[in-house]
Design a protein around this ligand. Sequence first.
Ligand SMILES: Cc1cc2nc3c(=O)[nH]c(=O)nc-3n(C[C@H](O)[C@H](O)[C@H](O)COP(=O)(O)O)c2cc1C
Length: 178
Amino acid sequence: MKKNVLILSGSPRKGGNSDLLCDQFLKGAQESGNQVEKIFLRSKKAAPCNACYYCKNGGQCAIKDDMAEILDKMQAADVIVMASPVYFYSIDAQMKAVIDRSVARWTNIPNKEFYYIMTAAEDSADVMDCTLECFRGFARCLNGSKEMGVIYGKGVYEAGAIQGMPAMREAYEMGRQV
Ligand SMILES: Cc1cc2nc3c(=O)[nH]c(=O)nc-3n(C[C@H](O)[C@H](O)[C@H](O)COP(=O)(O)O)c2cc1C
């Protein structure tokens, strides 16, 4: 069945390691006939949540930026791919803003299949535990979320260092099997 796949590429580095893994996932998912869109979060405006709870009345956020469009696409997706570099053992600010701003409509993002992509300078999957928990915590808040796969891009510091590494193939194959 053809799926609607939304990739949220959280790194501020376009062409950085997690963004390259997103592109591999995208390529695989497109080649197997799915409808795929990647949003490079840094190119969008998504301010942090102000916790004003204006959204309590109908799910509209008081902050007028690109977040409404991102939430529309999250709601419409069957599959959501979330990608972030490890930043001080957590996710980066771009991804965190999107997660927090989803408070406006988080009850309306049910039954999504989730994939997670992470990159880190250190060459160990353990350093990604906290980053992964950030993604999982978000998905846990949404009804009917299913975790489908995780890509660990470890041991990569400079942008592009992931080229030629097994994670690139893994991301492509994961995309193909969406
Ligand atoms: C602010 C900042 C914090 C970072 N914190 C960590 C860290 O805690 N552990 C780690 O292994 N790498 C850390 N890194 C390195 C990045 O995770 C690594 O360069 C990664 O490949 C970046 O992915 P990207 O190319 O997709 O942006 C940090 C980099 C930055 C800029």
